[in-house]
Design a protein around this ligand. Structure first.
Ligand SMILES: [Zn+2]
Length: 304
């Protein structure tokens, strides 16, 4: 049985695959698009879910990427090849989608659960040359009622998608609806308007401006890349107070100074702070190794 796409607003479907969300905009029998594509290796699952919703042989007009991180772009090429459709992203995101530049490195020292885990998930870029196209003006190809809004900060060319008629917002990683800085937030997936994924956000001032702008759109429904979408009559007020409370992390590589980037990718980076955890882990492993070694010796000694 394929996973089912859940409706979060008229003609807007949500498909969570592992910890990242994919959205389907449009209805069966008409034009539709896919927003973001999850991690690598998920194309088959996404194709099956799309077929269950839109019918066998149905294909979207396009794949739209909110940005180019691995959990949005992972299965993009597999899907684009299977459907034979173009992929679109903002032009400031293209260096990271064409092999021109890596993203600014993640900051595992910024603190919190996701930052801890970030050490084990090195960020890699994907080369979508030949399939990737630049978004033009505010039009979303294949989704006539929608516009895209530049929401930089988490990444340089990050965009959000907005349908003004009923104020539905698909915000990618401009913010999240789960607190990924907390272990309990990650484990329970409790709905909460939260910062963009902290260790992967490179310009906090821009991120704050983007959240402010999105709050000013007064969305009724929000679907982000992470967390369960929220649809709520008091959501506009909650977004407003979230934007007012929005603060960068207290410390970390990009907390005070942003990574500098341009249309070719990285220009300049703040220096990486010292990260004690790998050394602490190595020391702990060494101690464990010594202890185990000593234990074996003891056993050997005892056996003799
Ligand atoms: Zn991201």
């Amino acid at each position: 049985m394929p996973r089912l796409i859940t409706r979060i607003a008229p003609d807007v479907g949500w498909l969570p695959v592992s910890f990242a969300n994919i959205y389907f905009v449009g209805r069966p029998g008409a034009k539709w698009v896919v927003v973001d594509t999850g991690l690598p290796g998920q194309a088959r699952e996404i194709l099956a879910a799309a077929e269950a919703r839109f019918g066998a042989g149905a294909r979207p007009e396009a794949i739209i990427l909110t940005h180019g991180h691995m959990d949005q772009v992972g299965s993009a090429l597999g899907l684009a090849d299977a459907w034979g459709v173009p992929i679109y992203a903002h032009h400031l995101e293209l260096p990271y989608l064409t092999g021109k530049s890596p993203y600014p490195p993640a900051d595992p020292t910024v603190g919190g659960a996701l930052a801890f885990l970030a050490r084990f998930f090195p960020a890699r870029s994907r080369d979508l040359s030949g399939r990737i196209h630049e978004l033009h003006r505010e039009k979303v190809p294949g989704a006539a009622k929608w516009t895209w809004v530049p929401t930089p900060g988490h990444s340089p060319g990050h965009i959000s998608l907005f349908r003004e008629s009923d104020r539905v917002l698909l915000a990618g990683d401009a913010f999240t609806t789960v607190n990924m800085d907390s272990w309990s937030g990650l484990l329970t997936a409790k709905q909460r308007l939260s910062r963009p994924p902290t260790p992967y956000t490179f310009d906090w001032e821009a991120a704050r401006s983007s959240v402010k702008h999105l709050a000013s759109l007064r969305p009724n429904t929000v679907g982000c890349s992470h967390g369960i979408p929220i649809s709520d009559s008091d959501l506009p007020e909650r977004m407003q107070s979230f934007a007012e409370r929005f603060r960068p992390p207290k410390h970390g590589r990009y907390a005070r100074r942003a990574a500098l980037t341009d249309e070719n990718g990285i220009v300049d980076l703040p220096r990486a702070p010292f990260d004690p955890v790998p050394f602490a882990t190595a020391a702990a492993l060494l101690c464990a190794g010594v202890a185990i070694g000593a234990g074996y010796l003891d056993d050997d000694n005892r056996r003799r």
